[in-house]
Design a protein around this ligand. Sequence first.
Ligand code: FE2
Ligand code: FE2
Length: 274
Amino acid sequence: MSTLFVQLTDLHIREPGRLAYGRLDTAPYLREAVQTIGQLRQQPHAVVLTGDLTDFGRPAEYAHLRELLAPLTMPYYLLPGNHDDVTHMRAAFPEHGYLGEAGFVQYKIELGPICLITLDTTVAQASHGALCATRLAWLKKALDDAADRPVVIAMHHPPFKTLIGHMDKIGLLEGAPELERLVARYSNIERVICGHLHRAIDVRFGSTIASTSPAPAHQVALDLDPEAASQWTLEPGGFKVHAWDHERGLVTHQMPCGTYAGPYPFHEGGKLID
Ligand SMILES: [Fe+2]
Ligand SMILES: [Fe+2]
């Protein structure tokens, strides 16, 4: 089977029993997402988590996250979002050597033929994101090194305007045009995959497609008014399944969490069921 990986994002895990925003227990949603991943007919080779793994970046939240991710049977890779604390994240996952010991959490992973390159868009004590010259220079080198391979770039803050005003105010406020110019110079970048938005959005970006993914628990309300209120909903959550096809390249599916009736056959005896 060709290479397949899941993008799971914005889990916002609290300490056991604590509610996010005073009303949402995010843990059962992650438990259900992990179960759904385990039931995929084609098992992914890896899970890439694009940030906001916890809600406040506290050690007890990471301990809970670790427990909730434990049933995953494939390797998983962590990225920080604006709700994370990198020091506490590293401490809770000491065997995840790719996280490094200090500095930005930027790394490269081989996923079959794909080179996954991650960017750290976090800014200490801030909700918005940034890519400074240091992080972009590291990316340029990583892209040059992977020039003969299909590349997927993963990051938390999307580097594009989403039209959801309150989220754009805490978007990638530094480095987005520079990133787009850099990406435009390479024809082997299959995707830029992002979190932060808690819903699926796709845009053309440089030479590629940039997208965000739903979260397992809460979604950011779809309101394209520039002055939209900052609100969330419990519309169905989910995750992305990115499948590599050697002819087509990366093919991305969106999957809701949970179990549903079916599957049922369309045909019987070679005929469409009437
Ligand atoms: Fe988030
Ligand atoms: Fe975020």
